[in-house]
Design a protein around this ligand. Structure first.
Ligand code: AMP
Length: 318
C-alpha cells in the first residue's frame, strides 16, 4: 500500500516521502480515501497511530485547488483540547502543506489575541483552534464560518473530559449545516456516541486496535516507596540511569512545581507544565524538552494526551 494508491496528489505524496513516511499507517489507509470522498467519519484512534496526517493530508488535498479564502473566512476548522496539541497539529499541517498553496494558522488562549485576529483577517484555509479562544475570536467578529466546508474534532473525548461540551455545541450552531465533519477520539464512550449523533451525518466508523497493543515493547517497572520519599527515589533513579529524557506525571500542579525545585537543586535541568503556568512558559518547557535542553519535563494530565515526542525513552508516574 502506498500513499499514491490512497488517492493523494503528487505534491502530498512527495511531502510525505520527504518526511520519511514509507507506508501509510492503518488509520491513514482507511481514513484518507474516506475523507477524500467527502464522507463524515468517526475514527477511534490514539496518538502515535498517525491520525494527524490521516485527516490533514486529505483536507489539504480537498482545499488545495480552491481560490484563497476571503478575509476572516475559514474553510476547515480543526478543534483540539489543549494549546500544546493545537500548536502541534498546526505544525504538522504546515509541514504537510509545504508543496501546496494552502494557508493555515493556530489560535489558542494564553497569548495575545491581536496577532491571531490579524492572521484571520488575511483569510485562512485551515484554522486550528482550542475551543475557548475560538469562541472569543468569533464574538469579537474575527471569524466568519459561512464558507466552512470541513470540521475536525481532534481528541474529542479529551475535549469532553475538560468540560468543553458547551463550547462545542455553541460552535456547532454557528457552522453551516452542510459540511463534512470528522471526529477523532481515543475512546468510544456513550458520551462520544451522543456527541457524534448530534454533529455528524451518516458517518463511517473506523475503530483501530489500541495503540497500547505495542505495550510489549515497553518495559514497566514498579517501585514501592513511601509517599514522602518518592521524590528522593526519583532523583536517585535519574542520577543512576542513563536516561536522556524523562517525562514525569504528578497528580497535582503543586507536586509538579515542588519536584521541579528539588531536581533543580540537584543540578538536574527540569521544567513543569500545567494549567497555572503562562503559555510562554508552557511552550518554552515543551520545546526545551523536545530539543533536549531540558532533561526532565514534569506535567499534570495537561501533558498526558496527544503530545508527540519522538523516541521518548522514559515515562514516570509518581
Ligand atoms: P500522531 O498519531 O498523528 O500523533 O503521529 C505520531 C507520529 O507518527 C508523528 O511523529 C508523525 O510524524 C508520525 N507518522 C505519521 N504517519 C506516519 C507514517 N505513515 N509513517 C511514519 N511515521 C508517521
Amino acid at each position: 500500500m502506498s500513499f499514491c494508491a490512497l488517492g493523494l496528489c503528487t505534491e502530498l505524496v512527495n511531502t510525505v516521502a520527504e518526511k520519511g513516511y514509507i507506508t501509510p499507517s492503518p488509520i491513514q489507509q482507511e481514513a484518507i480515501p474516506a475523507i477524500l470522498s467527502k464522507q463524515d467519519l468517526i475514527a477511534i484512534a490514539q496518538t502515535g497511530t498517525g491520525k494527524t496526517a490521516s485527516f490533514s493530508l486529505p483536507i489539504l488535498q480537498l482545499l488545495a485547488d480552491m481560490p484563497r479564502p476571503e478575509p476572516n473566512c475559514i474553510r476547515a476548522l480543526i478543534i483540539a483540547p489543549t494549546r500544546e496539541l493545537a500548536a502541534q497539529v498546526a505544525q504538522n499541517v504546515e509541514q504537510y502543506s509545504q508543496n501546496l498553496k494552502v494557508r493555515s494558522t493556530a489560535v489558542f488562549g494564553g497569548v495575545r489575541i491581536e496577532p491571531q485576529k490579524y492572521a484571520l483577517a488575511q483569510g485562512v484555509d485551515i484554522l486550528i483552534a482550542t475551543p475557548g479562544r475560538l469562541v472569543d475570536l468569533y464574538e469579537q467578529g474575527a471569524i466568519n464560518f459561512d464558507l466552512l466546508e470541513i470540521l475536525v474534532l481532534d481528541e474529542a473525548d479529551r475535549m469532553l473530559d475538560l468540560g468543553f461540551v458547551d463550547h462545542i455545541h455553541h460552535i456547532q450552531k454557528l457552522l453551516p449545516e452542510k459540511r463534512q465533519t470528522l471526529l477523532f477520539s481515543a475512546t468510544f464512550s456513550k458520551e462520544i456516541k451522543t456527541l457524534a449523533n448530534t454533529m455528524l451525518s451518516n458517518p463511517m466508523t473506523i475503530e483501530l486496535a489500541k495503540a497500547n497493543d505495542h505495550i510489549e515493547k515497553i518495559t514497566q517497572v514498579l517501585h514501592p516507596v513511601d509517599k514522602e520519599r518518592k521524590n528522593e527515589l526519583l532523583i536517585h533513579l535519574i542520577e543512576n540511569n542513563d536516561w536522556s529524557q524523562i517525562l514525569v506525571f504528578t497528580r497535582t500542579k503543586r507536586g509538579a512545581d515542588g519536584l521541579r525545585n528539588e531536581l533543580e537543586a540537584k543540578g538536574i535541568v527540569a521544567e513543569s507544565i500545567h494549567a497555572n503556568r503562562t503559555q510562554q512558559a508552557r511552550t518554552l518547557a515543551l520545546n526545551g524538552f523536545r530539543s533536549g535542553t531540558i532533561k526532565v519535563l514534569i506535567g499534570t494530565d495537561l501533558a498526558a494526551r496527544g503530545i508527540d515526542i519522538q523516541q521518548l525513552p522514559c515515562v514516570i508516574n509518581i
